[in-house]
Design a protein around this ligand. Structure first.
Ligand SMILES: Cc1cc2nc3c(=O)[nH]c(=O)nc-3n(C[C@H](O)[C@H](O)[C@H](O)COP(=O)(O)OP(=O)(O)OC[C@H]3O[C@@H](n4cnc5c(N)ncnc54)[C@H](O)[C@@H]3O)c2cc1C
Length: 432
């Protein structure tokens, strides 16, 4: 095998394959290295692919080509306690609005498809190829070594798209070895098989319509939240849990997931489904504060490897940022080839270009959100407040009623405390 390339991409997830595809289409000789037996083999996520504006430039009708499960027409936010739940639903019935605002996908299928597109464009995909280290000449990264045999692959530019733990970025000296645990969350997910007709009836869907539900209060007080997404003939149900909060408790993520699935309202939605698999993965939740140095001599960092993920409690966005940053990293590499200069003085255009897109703009907008989400009250007291208040409002028991304002203030005083409520409203206003 020829071991010299114009560019090496580490990781065939959404960021890596988008970068490889962009460069291969421009005629560069690209190696796309993936540690799994195939792209997507080791990848999981909750399940909603938000609009991939970057890929829509490459595939103007990507929704006709990509393997998608359902498009989202219903979004719900649920406050949950051990026995009650209160939902806020947004339901939008538009018969054809392609591209839709979100689609559920299966990562093994989606990641494989995207990597195959990069291969069709001319990239060389090397599966079972775990990158162990970067090769440097002086300060300049000029290639990588493979774990299996220590062999070297060389290219004047390496794009690190190897996910949240990115050892490639770390070994290139672009990020510190130790993570701040408050920047990471662990996601656990169960995939539940269920016939399409049952899903359609249970969630009020037709054709390939889908529903997504974010849930707060389902984590036994551990900071984090739950999700439930409809795939074509399966459901994705899971939790995203802050590592620093999880480590203070005694329950494992799977204990919490099983309790969540057994909660009465959840159990009714999952009834009759067959558990197909469990999986787990880390989520970079630190926002802008955890973004490392993303350019160096001969190297760029994209996607989760660069901490580019946005978690607001209502949405978890990662794949759209990964593909956008992958495409821009690819474009920067193409420019570096045109100029014959791979130093950070040229490669820092990457950050400048990203600054102009929603990727850095949104990370900056939501820079205070990770801190706000570290408020323990959100995960126990607020769901108790909301469900308790609704229980009181709906209760008709022959005794004289109180005004709703009195009920609201009484429930807030009892569960949250009025001072805390005011402080939380202020923090929420600053963060969102
Ligand atoms: C529970 C959970 C729920 C989520 N929900 C959503 C959601 O609903 N919507 C959304 O948009 N995002 C969601 N995300 C985030 C999303 O999954 C990530 O942001 C996205 O996958 C990042 O893509 P990436 O290509 O940067 O990294 P990854 O998808 O992690 O891909 C990295 C690739 O690199 C490979 N690799 C790693 N190390 C090496 C190595 N040394 N050598 C070679 N290959 C290597 C891996 O095998 C992998 O294929 C969720 C994440 C989790 C965990």
């Amino acid at each position: 095998m020829n071991r010299n390339f114009d560019a090496i991409v580490v990781g065939a997830g959404p960021a890596g394959s988008s970068a490889a595809l962009t460069m291969a289409r421009a005629g560069l000789k690209v190696a796309l290295l993936e540690r799994g037996a195939f792209p997507g083999e080791k990848n999981m996520f909750g399940g909603v692919l938000h609009r991939l504006t970057a890929l829509e430039d490459i595939f103007p009708d990507f929704w006709n080509q990509a393997p998608l499960e359902r498009h989202i027409v219903k979004k719900a936010l649920t406050f949950m306690t051990g026995e009650s739940s209160f939902n806020v639903n947004f339901d939008t019935e538009v018969s054809d609005r392609t591209p839709y605002n979100g689609y559920t996908v299966s990562r093994p299928k989606f990641d494989r498809w995207l990597a195959d597109e990069a291969v069709k464009a001319g990239a060389t995909l090397l599966n079972r190829s775990t990158v162990d280290n970067v090769v440097k000449e002086g300060k300049q990264v000029v290639g990588v070594t493979l774990l299996r045999d220590g062999s070297e692959l060389r290219a004047p530019i390496v794009i690190a798209a190897d996910g949240v733990l990115s050892f490639t970025a770390q070994k290139a000296g672009l990020r510190r070895a130790q993570f701040n645990p408050s920047h990471l969350a662990v996601g656990v997910k169960a995939l539940i098989d269920m016939p399409k007709e049952v899903i359609d009836d249970r969630f009020g869907l037709v054709r390939d319509q889908g529903a997504s539900n974010e849930i707060v209060g389902c984590t036994s007080g551990v900071r984090g939240g739950g999700f439930l997404y409809t795939n074509y003939d399966s459901l994705s149900v899971g939790l995203v849990l802050h590592l620093s909060s999880l480590s203070q408790g005694t329950k494992t993520p799977y204990d919490l997931l099983n309790e969540f699935m057994a909660q009465p309202q959840m159990a009714k939605l999952l009834r009759g489904g067959q558990l197909q698999e469990y999986s787990a993965h880390l989520v970079p939740e630190g926002g802008l504060e955890m973004v490392p140095q993303i350019d160096g001599d001969g190297i760029l960092v994209a996607g989760d490897a660069a901490g580019m993920c946005i978690v607001t409690g209502l949405n978890l966005e990662g794949i759209n940022l990964a593909t956008q940053s992958g495409v821009i990293a690819g474009q920067t590499a193409i420019k570096a080839h045109q100029e014959g200069n791979f130093t950070r003085f040229v490669l820092r255009d990457y950050r400048k270009l990203l600054e102009k897109t929603y990727v850095i703009k949104d990370l900056r907008l939501y820079r205070r959100t990770p801190q706000m989400l570290h408020n323990d009250r959100i995960y126990r007291q607020y769901p108790e407040f909301v469900c308790g208040l609704m229980d009181e409002i709906y209760r008709i028991d022959g005794t004289p009623k109180q005004s709703m304002t009195k009920m609201l203030l009484g429930a807030a005083r009892k569960t949250i405390g009025l001072k805390n409520l005011m402080a939380d409203v202020y923090a929420g206003w600053r963060a969102l």
